[in-house]
Design a protein around this ligand. Structure first.
Ligand SMILES: NC(=O)c1ccc[n+]([C@@H]2O[C@H](COP(=O)([O-])OP(=O)(O)OC[C@H]3O[C@@H](n4cnc5c(N)ncnc54)[C@H](OP(=O)(O)O)[C@@H]3O)[C@@H](O)[C@H]2O)c1
Length: 297
């Protein structure tokens, strides 16, 4: 069931984009388990998201369909649906892969633009649509911080417990799910040249993350850019299917991973662990979900 209009419940929420499958869906599941009230943004709901709506904690889950982060219209739709709802946690997760080569780059301009729209501009659209909602949550946390109740000034509690268990002083936090494939340094070190549109758009997403971190920092809102790892989702399967089909993912460094993908459960747990430890003093970092290891841009 999708929420078509403004959400009635005005309690602080965790918002996840690309929430109908893959990592986004699992993040919703784990946030509900942590006691969060969750708003799942997606283009279209899915059977698995609907099952989550019927499971334990379902009353705390709202699904908002029609949020295509690659379209400017998603800003108005997001603003409308979440009007007046404080957003204490925002996970910008939606993304699309490409398995194109450099030689294909010039001939698939429309698809490159689509990747850029979704992976690079999408997070900015949703974050900007929800700036007032993040600011409301930040303002609610500010008095408690000023009185020593936690947050950036005291270095105190700011974990992602959420919902009823969330400390009232916790400032809002933002995560942008990006990829090591967007790292210029790691692309050079790995000698890789495939998934060109994905790499280009995720490099731009990394810059978007840094720009957002700078924008949000004065409001007391930290942001972390996270590489979730190679995760066993549709996207991972799409990548290796393209490799198996003849190197559509590039011409260099195409050996299969020695370790295989991690589970979506482990990846989501890693993302939430990185959000747990995020503080304003560490805003603007690019990290590996599982370990928190800092990655080069
Ligand atoms: N899986 C990996 O190994 C891996 C590695 C590094 C980084 N990542 C990143 O992790 C994030 C999640 O990926 P995943 O593995 O969960 O991929 P996935 O299984 O392919 O799921 C992608 C999600 O993004 C949504 N999405 C795609 N285009 C959208 C659009 N225009 N508007 C709104 N939502 C859109 C999809 O919704 P629809 O059903 O509507 O398409 C889906 O919910 C992505 O940002 C990805 O780049 C994944």
């Amino acid at each position: 069931m999708a929420e078509a209009d403004t959400l009635q419940d005005k309690n602080p929420a965790a918002v996840v984009t690309g929430a109908n499958r893959g990592l986004g869906l699992e993040l919703c599941r784990q946030l509900l388990q942590r006691g969060w009230r969750v708003v799942a943004l997606c283009r279209r709901t899915s059977d698995t998201l609907q099952e989550l709506c019927a499971g334990p904690g379902a009353g705390s889950l709202a699904v908002v369909e029609g949020v295509d982060v690659g379209q400017d219209e998603c800003e108005a739709a997001t603003c409308r649906a979440l009007a007046g709802v404080p957003v204490a946690l925002l996970i910008l997760n939606a993304g699309i892969l490409s398995t194109d080569t450099l030689t294909e780059l010039d001939t698939v301009v429309a698809r490159q633009q689509a990747r850029f729209e979704v992976n690079a501009l999408g997070p900015l659209r949703v974050a900007h649509a929800l700036l007032p909602n993040l600011a409301t949550a930040a303002a609610a946390a500010a008095p408690a911080r000023a009185s020593g109740g936690g947050g950036r000034d005291s270095g105190g509690s700011s974990n992602v417990a959420g919902g009823a268990g969330m400390p009232p002083a916790a400032p809002p936090k933002v995560a942008l799910i990006t990829s090591k494939m967007g790292s210029i340094q790691l692309t050079q070190q790995g000698g890789k040249n495939g998934s060109v549109g994905y790499r280009l758009s995720k490099a731009a997403a990394n810059m978007a993350a840094q720009l957002l971190a700078v924008e949000l920092q004065p409001q007391g809102i930290p942001l972390v850019a996270i590489h979730p790892g190679a995760v066993a989702t549709d996207m991972h399967a799409q990548y290796w299917a393209a490799v198996a089909a003849g190197g559509a993912a590039g011409t260099a460094g195409m050996a299969p991973s020695a370790h295989g993908p991690i589970s979506v459960q482990d990846a989501a747990a890693g993302v939430l662990a990185r959000l747990d430890e995020l503080q304003l003093g560490s805003t603007g970092r690019f990290v590996q979900a599982a370990t928190g290891e800092e990655l080069p841009w």
